[in-house]
Design a protein around this ligand. Structure first.
Ligand code: NAP
Length: 246
């Protein structure tokens, strides 16, 4: 087991990439704290992990709300005593072309995808410093590297978190904490389910591996970065996109 006795907090853990990461981390021996807005789906993921012999608990929190995040971190520590791994994965899209983007769309995406990462990381890091070790992981995106039409707000956040990762890698490395991002390409989750079939086909034709990614493809990258094998990787952005950016 590659994460035996580790405690992992996974935001957006009730669905898609976060749920796949929670299940794989649970299988690898981590006690998993699933953080999400959706309690029903979160409880379902916990039940699946427990049924396969893993350890998981659900913590309802809004990553955009500092008070909610503080409460969540206190509850996780009360349950598991420590936090070894934080996967900042909760994210939303509110797409629109620049000229049509409403301030509310900009604010909502910034609040969850960028401020949420700041809130959760800042709340967890003092404990990791005290422990002398920790792993911070972030779900960025191919869009944050290349830009994407219709995603001004989303791209700002996904490029923004790459800046955070590089800054925190420098700031927290001396404390024994590594900070890395994964940049998924086109992954089959609820977030991409609304993409029309003809657009999806055009996208897949551009992917050298000629297939859409699965949430587990991203979860396995997180597992590598969180495990002992990833211990000398710090400040990296690992693309998981079938070669789309090459
Ligand atoms: P998803 O299935 O929609 O999962 C996102 C999860 O985040 C949902 O469970 C959602 O809960 C939760 N969430 C949203 N706002 C939250 C908040 N304020 N506080 C706590 N939890 C919140 O989408 P996904 O594709 O797995 O996305 C996971 C991450 O991967 C996101 O950061 C996304 O930007 C990134 N990503 C995805 C792709 C892709 O192709 N799918 C590509 C690149 C990057 P609710 O459902 O209750 O809102």
């Amino acid at each position: 087991m590659r994460l035996k006795d580790k405690v992992a907090v996974i935001t957006g853990g009730a669905s898609g990439i976060g749920a796949a990461t929670a299940k794989i981390f649970g299988r690898e021996g981590a006690a998993v704290a699933i953080v999400d807005l959706d309690a029903e789906r979160g409880a379902k993921v916990c039940a699946e992990i427990s049924a396969s012999g893993g350890k998981a608990a659900f913590f309802q929190a809004n990553v955009a709300d500092r008070a909610s995040v503080k409460e969540m971190v206190e509850a996780v520590v009360a349950e598991y005593n420590r936090i070894d791994i934080l996967v900042n994965n909760a994210g939303i899209i509110r797409d629109a072309m620049l000229v049509k983007m409403m301030p509310e769309q900009w604010d909502a995406v910034l609040a969850v995808n960028l401020t949420g990462v700041f809130n959760c990381t800042q709340a967890v890091v003092p404990l990791m410093i005290q422990q002398g070790a920790g792993r911070i992981l972030v779900t960025s995106s191919l869009s944050g590297i290349c830009g994407n039409v219709g995603q001004t707000n989303y791209v700002a956040t996904k490029a923004g978190v790459i800046g955070l990762v590089k800054t925190w890698a420098k700031e927290l490395g001396p404390k024994g904490i590594t900070v890395n991002a994964v940049a998924p390409g086109f992954i089959a989750t609820e977030m991409t389910a609304a993409i029309p079939q003809n657009v999806a086909k055009m996208l897949i034709d551009k992917i050298p591996l000629r297939r859409v990614g699965m949430p587990e493809d991203v979860a396995n990258a997180f597992l590598f970065l969180a495990s002992e094998e990833g211990s000398y990787i710090n400040g990296a952005v690992l693309s998981v996109d079938g070669g789309l950016v090459v």
